[in-house]
Design a protein around this ligand. Structure first.
Ligand code: DC
Length: 228
């Protein structure tokens, strides 16, 4: 059986992980996995079900029951069969995802699903703990970063493109709060794996970041393709 390749991309919110991971996956013919979308889908379910976002036990139950699926190409996200692609992008769902992702039981269920997906296909998987916890032996690890200002700007643009008019200061404040929580939690905090390549995208165009990532992949994986 051909070896499955794992490309792990971690970094803070707004660093450009999703866009880059999606493009690199398309280039390589790998499956793109947005793990943040999984935590967001679960958070959306918790909000709708009126579950207290501090109730670790209930959240763990929800995580075990949730059916979170990606349509081929990774562009649509289904929660228990319902397309929640747009709904999970609301800023309050991002904040709720950050809050529920501190719980070990929640993470356990999500990580198990992420590992299952990578057993079926070569993946470009992005999140916060992919290179540190989910796949410590990933073939390629990249830590994507950008200045807080650039990240807030990108997030703002993304939200406006979706027709959500949120004040710039609010976006920056929420991003900062979320990063602080993601970096300081006890379980699988956001951090760079020692063997990850650090890439600061602040001054780079999308094309430049994509080229840089593809170069790193080619250096570490034969032909940037699955070795036979
Ligand atoms: O990548 P994102 O902004 O969609 O992620 C939303 C939240 O989910 C993020 O603030 C923290 C959590 N998350 C996580 O804890 N671990 C991951 N691998 C991905 C996301």
């Amino acid at each position: 059986m051909a070896k499955r390749v794992v490309i792990a991309i971690d970094g803070p919110a707004g660093a450009g992980k999703s866009t880059i991971a999606r493009r690199v996956a398309a280039r390589l013919g790998f499956v793109y996995v947005d793990t943040g979308a999984m935590y967001r889908a679960l958070a959306l379910w918790a909000i709708r079900a009126g579950v207290d976002l501090e109730d670790a036990h209930r959240l763990e139950q929800l995580a075990a029951e949730a059916r979170i699926e990606f349509e081929p190409g990774g562009s649509r996200v289904l929660l228990n069969g319902e397309d929640v692609t747009e709904a999970i992008r609301a800023p309050e769902v991002g904040s709720a995802a950050s809050r529920i992702s501190v719980f070990a039981g929640v993470r356990r269920a999500m990580v198990a699903e992420q590992r299952r997906i990578a057993r079926q296909a070569s993946v470009v998987m992005e999140g916060r703990d992919i290179g540190t916890v989910v796949f410590p032996a990933a073939d390629v690890k990249i830590f994507l970063d950008a200045s807080p200002e650039a990240r807030a700007q990108r997030r703002l643009r993304e939200l406006r493109e979706r027709g959500q008019d949120v004040p710039a200061e609010q976006v920056a404040a929420e991003l900062e709060e979320r990063d602080r929580r993601d970096r300081s939690r006890a379980e699988a905090p956001l951090m760079q794996a020692p063997d990850a390549v650090y890439l600061d995208t602040t001054a780079l165009s999308l094309e430049q970041v994509e080229q840089a990532v593809l170069r790193i992949v080619r250096e570490r994986v034969a032909n940037g393709q699955q070795p036979g």
